[in-house]
Design a protein around this ligand. Sequence first.
Ligand code: IMP
Length: 193
Amino acid sequence: MENKIKIVLATGNPHKLEEISEITNGSGIEFVLPSGNFDPIENGKTFEDNSVIKAKEASKISGGIALADDSGLCVEALNGEPGIHSARYDTTPQRRIDKLLKNLADTANRKAKFVCVMTLTDKDGNILHQVKGECHGQIAKEQFGTNGFGYDPVFLVDGYDITMAQMSEELKNKISHRANALSKMIRFIKENL
Ligand code: IMP
């Protein structure tokens, strides 16, 4: 049997582990959660900074190769906001959507993108590789669909007539910013580790 490469996923969120394991199923890589209490201070100014902070912290507490992702929604007409503040834009997922729709109001330019930056660090916290994945779309005037999480109900994906929350998990996992970043990272891992 093939030996699996074991990588610590720099998150305290079991849902993320599930989603990433689902996308990478059959790749020969096994993801596990950090062994200790994982609570890094995400005080970077960019997705890149924050993913480095998370990966280094996970390597430090578990002494293994770590992969971190940092993601968010960037809306053109709001100068890239909520961006790195996506998770904390307001207090609940519904309030975050309401705030976004209110801030955009009737703005004609509704262009937006989901961004995901992934960083891989070695057991000593040195950066091995960093990749970025994007998924482009438009912010809908109202929300549609109940699948997914976060801003999915208001994100109309370019090339599709539906929001991310109306997509099957299978389709989202093919076209998402996270899937895009992950496929680049998996290629690097398979070629270099
Ligand atoms: P993080 O990757 O945990 O830092 O996520 C940041 C925030 O960005 C999440 O809490 C969501 O609000 C938003 N976000 C990231 N990826 C997605 C997605 O695939 N769908 C909807 N919202 C997302």
